[in-house]
Write a protein that binds this ligand. Structure first.
Ligand code: PMP
Length: 377
């Protein structure tokens, strides 16, 4: 039995792929030296770092590898880009109400409520209204936009291409947190939108490593993440985690856009069949189902019972799922995403999120449906 059998929490994290693990080991064994050192071995590590940066840039269709800044993950990239925008653009930042806390809380701290324009999402699709955003931008006062590519809880896709085009026309910077998109969906177009966040452990590349792609032309001067040493061409101080970067890039290069398209087409029907069964036979209500979603994600409101009880029961039956929010984990904080999707407090306590992986089989999805239909008994 595979170690990931019954694992339906891929949006939280994924196991490292075999290629990523091999790249990690090889790099740690052969290139453990400091990539910034001046002796021969360090030069070797520095060259590997440069090659990895070029490979990642190439995968996004980016000519200048210096636009890629390696980070410790999506949280760092999101925090840093929000702070940079707050310091370098005039006016307010517009963000969807469903942003990940690593963007939303950073915006609250760096821009403050007075400089933030929250974009509501449609309760059926989970997506923002691009026409309304366009109106807001044309009225003036919006200095930047940050909108995630795909939502980690509902799987809803934001129209990031359209938003990026709007921002380009209005000459305002755009950032997209693509942590859940990258590794699941084709990357075409992402390299051109502006600032882009990615995270290794969401696509089999290992935890504690990620990246930020910078736009070709930066507003208000060059981006700086951590300050201190001159690493990352002066954009982010701190010794690079070379083995982790090698693992992440290896995982990213495993699938080209065509393969990702095929993956989505193969996998989505398994998730759809699961949803059809739990909706018809149990009366579960799927969130954001009226719009485009990630092929692997399903978030739904159960007809009765607390989600933590369902989670425990499913765990006993060999399935790892998520409640999708701190609220349901018993911390009492309402989930911003669920509030934005129109759920009341009582409903929020009945929500589960399941997220499969590239290797999740039709049988596993069907077994999960069976386990959910088995109820709380
Ligand atoms: N953004 C999104 C959309 C995410 O799903 C996550 C992880 N839950 C993060 C940011 C944070 O990523 P990391 O763990 O790499 O800091």
């Amino acid at each position: 039995m595979s170690a990931t059998r019954g694992y339906f929490d891929h949006n939280a994290t994924t196991p490292m792929t075999a290629a990523a693990r091999a790249a990690w080991l090889e790099t740690e064994e052969r290139h453990w030296h400091n990539p910034s050192g001046l002796y021969r071995e360090a030069g070797g590590a520095g060259r590997v770092l440069g090659d990895l940066r070029a490979e990642l840039a190439d995968r996004f269709g980016i000519d200048d590898p210096e636009r890629v800044v390696f980070t410790s993950g999506a949280t760092e990239a999101n925090n840093a880009v929000v702070r940079h925008l707050a310091e370098s653009v005039p006016g307010r930042i517009a963000i969807p109400e469903v942003e990940h806390p690593s963007v939303a809380v950073a915006v609250e701290g760096c821009f403050g409520k007075g400089r933030t324009c929250f974009l509501p999402v449609d309760w059926g699709t989970g997506a923002v209204d691009v026409a309304k955003l366009a109106e807001g931008i044309s009225r003036g006062g919006i200095g930047a936009v940050s909108a995630m590519a795909a939502n980690n809880e509902t799987g809803a896709l934001q129209p990031w291409r359209e938003i990026a085009a709007l921002c380009r026309e209005a000459r305002i910077p755009f950032h997209t947190d693509a942590a859940q998109w990258i590794g699941k969906m084709p990357l075409a177009g992402l390299g051109e939108v502006g600032y882009v966040t990615g995270s290794g452990h969401k696509f089999g590349g290992g935890k504690g490593v990620g990246f930020l792609i910078l736009p070709e032309e930066e507003p208000g001067g060059p981006f700086h993440g951590f300050v201190g040493g001159p690493q990352e061409h002066g954009r982010r101080a701190g010794t690079e985690n070379l083995p982790a970067i090698a693992a992440m890039v290896a995982a990213l290069l495993e699938r080209d856009d065509e393969a990702l398209g095929v993956l989505a087409e193969r996998q989505a029907p398994f998730r759809d069949a699961f949803e059809a069964r739990i909706a018809e036979e149990l009366g579960a209500r799927v969130l954001a189902e009226k719009g485009p979603r990630l092929w692997n994600t399903s978030m739904f409101v159960l007809p009765h019972g607390k989600n933590v009880k369902w989670l425990a029961r499913l765990s006993q039956r060999g399935f790892a799922v998520s409640t999708g929010s701190a609220c349901s984990a018993g911390k009492g904080n309402p989930s911003a995403v669920m509030m934005a999707m129109g759920l009341d407090y009582e409903e929020m306590g009945r929500v589960l999120r399941v997220s499969g992986g590239a290797g999740t089989t039709e049988e596993e999805w069907s077994d999960l449906a069976g386990a959910v239909l088995g109820g709380l008994g």
